[in-house]
Each structure stands twice: as C-alpha cells, then as structure tokens.
Design a protein around this ligand. Structure first.
Ligand SMILES: [Zn+2]
Length: 266
C-alpha cells in the first residue's frame, strides 16, 4: 500500500513528466474514484491545462494547474505511470493525460484511490487536515511529546494518525519502531523525551532508506506478486531479527498487523 515514500517517488516522477507541460488530451472513463465531482468536471479541468507544480503532503498529491488543482490519493493500489502516446490503454487504467509525446496514466486495480478536481485557493478538507509531514516540514520532538503525552492508545496505532505523522502508514510505523527499539504496544504517553527523539530519527531514516530503494519510474507495492520486500522487518514474521537474530513476531493492533522483535523492542 502506498505510504509517504511511494507517494514521494510518484510526485518526483510526475514533476519530471508533466511540470511546465500542457495537457493536450484527456480520457477519464466513468469510475467511482473521481469524486465528489465526476469525470466530466475533471476532463474540463485538465484539458488544455498547464501543469505548474506537483506537490505532496502525507499520502496526497497535488497538481497545481493553470485552470485549478488536481488532488490525487493512491488508495491501496493506485499508481501513476508514463507510457508513449500510441501505447494502448491498460487493464485498470482510470485516467489518461497526454502531453506531447508522453501519456501519463493512472492505474488502480482496487479503486480505493481518489481524483479530486478543485477550483480556488482553499485546499480540500483532506489536505487541510494533515499534520506535519516528516519530509516536507520535518517532525519536531519537542512539539510532538506533549501531544503524545495525552494519548493512551499504543504508539503503533498513534503513528498512523495523519494529524500527527502525515504520510506514515503501517509499513513505516512498523519499521520505525523496530529501528527505535520501541515496543509497539507501549502507550504513546509513556515515551520519554529521549525516546520521542529516537522515534523521529527512526522515521526519517526509514523513509529515506525506502526512498533510495524505490526511486524509479514505476512503483511496485510489496503486496504485489513477485515484488521484492525492501523492508527490514515488515512482513517478515518468523524471520530472524536483523539486529539480534530472534524470530520476529506478528501481532494485530487496531486491526493492522505489526511485526516486531520481542528481544530488542521491550
Ligand atoms: Zn531484535
């Protein structure tokens, strides 16, 4: 599933493919991912638009156009890819933006993604609700600790709160807790200042390592058949902990799996 690194790689690609270009043909078949306004409004927004900037915040992408704004969320399986203009449509293709010789396509098998057409300066509610983004803003342990001190639920579940850690999802939360040697079941309120600092450094390190692993013209999600697992502990239950060799364990918290090492994450 897309998290901050996968969306950041996508933002870098879209910037390279589209910034400064004019969208000269658009095709958006009827699909539920284009909402609240439907495909027709999106085609009107995009047709003839110049792409001025491509931004990312948390797991959201924002394309600033000469005609308005396009927001994109990749949901569970979404990806933006570049093809040649003459290449045929693909299975699961939900949108197609042609610009000169290039054709940028949005593919989404499971349809949990979103494409939102917007006008005016005010961001959509989903974007406005996002808290600090580790890459865009940086996380500040001094600001974070008082917020965490009020939260009784586990630090693992808290890491998924987009108002506190925009872009962190199940994978990055699992990886960061392992790096910081923190037990995922600890209440968020129990973390000391030193531990909050270690957690912030671990989030940054994990995101940067994933970005290096995944940088490239096409995202592959770890859940896809045959895709490599670039992560240290995520989805590696039963394998040895990379630090001390103990078998990694899997628990479920708030309906989501967490993999951790009971020896070094006490
Ligand atoms: Zn360990």
């Amino acid at each position: 599933m897309p998290e901050l690194p996968e969306v950041e790689v996508t933002a870098r690609n879209l910037r390279r493919w589209l910034r400064g270009r004019t969208v000269d043909a658009v095709e958006i078949p009827a699909t539920r991912i284009v909402r609240p306004a439907g495909p027709r409004a999106l085609v009107e927004l995009l047709d003839g638009a110049v792409v001025r900037a491509v931004e990312r915040r948390g797991k959201w992408l924002r394309l600033r156009l000469s005609t308005g704004t396009l927001y994109s969320h990749l949901g569970m399986t979404g990806k933006w890819v570049k093809r040649r203009r003459q290449d045929p449509s693909e299975r699961h293709e939900r949108a197609r933006l042609d610009a000169g010789p290039s054709s940028v396509r949005y593919l989404d098998a499971r349809l949990f993604g979103r494409l939102v057409a917007a006008h005016g300066e005010a961001p959509i509610a989903e974007w406005a609700a996002l808290g600090p983004d580790p890459l865009v803003d940086g996380l500040d342990p001094a600001q974070l600790r008082p917020s965490l001190a009020r939260i009784r639920r586990s630090i693992k579940e808290t890491l998924l709160d987009q108002r506190l850690f925009a872009g962190v999802g199940n994978i990055q939360a699992t990886e960061a807790l392992w790096r910081a040697r923190l037990n995922p079941e600890r209440p968020a309120s129990s973390l000391s200042a030193r531990e909050v600092g270690a957690l912030v450094r671990a989030i940054d390190a994990s995101i940067n390592e994933t970005l290096q692993e995944e940088e490239g013209p096409e995202i592959r999600y770890v859940e896809e058949p045959g895709a490599p697992n670039p992560f240290r502990v995520y989805a590696r239950q039963g394998e040895p902990c990379p630090r001390d060799g103990s078998p990694l364990q899997r628990i479920v918290q708030g309906g989501r799996a967490t993999v951790f090492c009971a020896r070094c994450q006490r």
